[in-house]
Design a protein around this ligand. Structure first.
Ligand code: GDP
Ligand code: MG
Length: 444
């Protein structure tokens, strides 16, 4: 699959000390094959490769200290770009009831997604949501929508197979208006393939209800076919967004990479399971990372750069350079920096899955609590105590423990940790750490 293949490419290339025209070509050929194997549409692959190539042979890679990594970074960035760069939310900027029209082939996941979206709008965005089914070809489809709407806690507007789709939608809209609903989601019928009758029907529905969002729902497992289907729907309807379903399955990733490029419309959500909880906003950089099989490592590094306060880092670097001792104020500053990185759970979520295999027992919650307690203990000390930790004898420790609401042993444990860290800092004071801290802070 795409991840495996790209991972292999990435491994080879990261080992290379120098980037040459030759090994760049080789890498690009591998990436190209990987994308084709993943069933990404050919025009999309061509564009992608030429963009990566242009950048790969440019300054940013050639001047980089680690060209292999720079290349991987470029592939990652371009993959992200291919899928839309930023995370886009549902557009509800219209006079309520805001209408959302669901379009797509049969089996794509429209009805399931209607339920998921209703739940998201209701639980997360606190909207009053109504759903209606204009699928008059399969009585079971209407029942199915009723069930998922019930699970989502949304109002279901009944319909039946003797009615015309446009009449159903208009009746629902009328009702939603009178009952002051914020959102009306119109689920529609799909065929197994694209045909004119289906396109005409959904066009008529679109004209009748004037939706704010027209979401194209597509099965991520479709691969190459996704391109044709997406194009047909995009030509027939003014789509406003895409929902990629079944991203939990064994998809080769092709649809995710093609659909944005082909429609020019943002992928807003993805389905990651049959249940209503299997629904997420679409984060292009995360999906790109997943496709590359390296978790969110890249964004993790970027976040780390952002999270570490430049001034703070400089201050510490200067202090260490001047030969002054590392004290508890510095220790506290470091802990605060760590918290800024989004907490441990955030870090753990971003690590590559391979790394995390077998590490299921990491309890981020407990670790997070531990950090908070450490902070509380240091904050219970006087500034004097923080800058001269050697002052901390039994009676002061008891006072601090009481202030932080912990046992004296915990204060002792913290001081032991601090001692260890101070030892480390001393040995690094020759300039190595200062340099590192400045680098992390984004400076030169
Ligand atoms: P529709 O014909 O477009 O309305 O498609 P349905 O909503 O009826 O979904 C078709 C099948 O795909 C059902 O069996 C769903 O449970 C399944 N399905 C929908 N979305 C997802 C998803 O994100 N993940 C998985 N694994 N299955 C899904
Ligand atoms: Mg359906």
């Amino acid at each position: 699959n795409l991840s495996d293949r790209l991972t292999r490419v990435v491994k080879t290339i990261t080992g290379e000390a120098r980037i040459t025209e030759a090994n760049t070509q080789e890498m690009l050929r591998e990436v190209r094959l990987a994308l084709l194997e993943a069933d990404v549409a050919l025009p999309v692959v061509k564009d992608f490769i030429s963009q990566v190539k242009e950048r790969a042979l440019g300054e940013e890679v050639l001047n980089s200290l680690t060209p292999g990594q720079a290349l991987v970074g470029i592939v990652n960035e371009q993959l992200t770009k291919l899928m839309g760069e930023k995370t886009e939310d549902i557009n509800l900027a219209a006079q309520p009831p805001v209408v959302i029209l669901m379009a797509g082939l049969q089996g794509a996941g429209k009805t399931t997604t209607t339920g998921k979206l209703a739940k998201y709008l209701k639980d997360t965005l606190k909207k009053k949501v109504m759903t209606v089914s204009a699928d008059v070809y399969r009585p079971a489809a209407i029942e199915q929508l009723k069930t998922v709407s019930g699970q989502a806690g949304a109002e279901f507007f009944p319909s039946n197979i003797d009615q015309k789709p446009v009449d159903i939608a208009l009746a629902a809209l009328n009702h939603a208006k009178r009952q002051f609903f914020d959102v009306l989601i119109v689920d529609t019928a799909g065929r197994l393939g694209i045909d004119e009758a289906m396109m005409n029907e959904i066009k008529a529905l679109h004209a009748a209800v004037n939706p704010t969002e027209t979401l194209f729902v597509i099965d991520a497992m479709l691969g190459q076919d996704a391109a044709n289907t997406a194009k047909a729907f995009n030509d027939a309807l003014p789509l406003t967004g895409v929902v990629l379903t079944k991203m939990d399955g064994d998809s080769r990733g092709g649809a995710a990479l093609s659909v944005r490029q082909i429609t020019g419309k943002p992928i807003k959500f993805m389905g990651v399971g049959e249940k209503l909880s299997g629904f997420e906003r679409f984060h292009p950089e995360r999906v790109a990372g997943r496709i590359l099989g390296m978790g969110d490592i890249v964004s993790l590094v970027e976040e780390a750069k952002k999270g570490i306060d430049q001034a703070e880092a400089e201050k510490l670097a200067k202090k260490l350079k001047s030969g002054k001792a590392f004290d508890l104020n510095d220790f506290l500053a470091q802990i605060t920096q760590m918290r800024k990185l989004g907490g441990l759970q955030g870090l753990i979520d971003k690590l590559p899955s391979q790394l995390m295999k077998g590490a299921g027992q990491v309890d981020a919650n407990a670790a997070e609590k531990q950090i908070k307690r450490t902070e509380a203990i240091i904050l219970s000390m006087t500034p004097m105590e923080r800058s001269k930790p050697d002052l901390l004898k039994a009676s002061r420790k008891r006072r601090i423990a009481a202030g932080a609401g912990v046992q004296v042993q915990e204060v002792n444990r913290l001081l032991a940790q601090f001692d260890q860290m101070r030892g480390m800092m001393k040995s690094m004071q020759k300039g190595g750490l200062a340099k590192m801290m400045r680098k992390m802070g984004g400076g030169k």
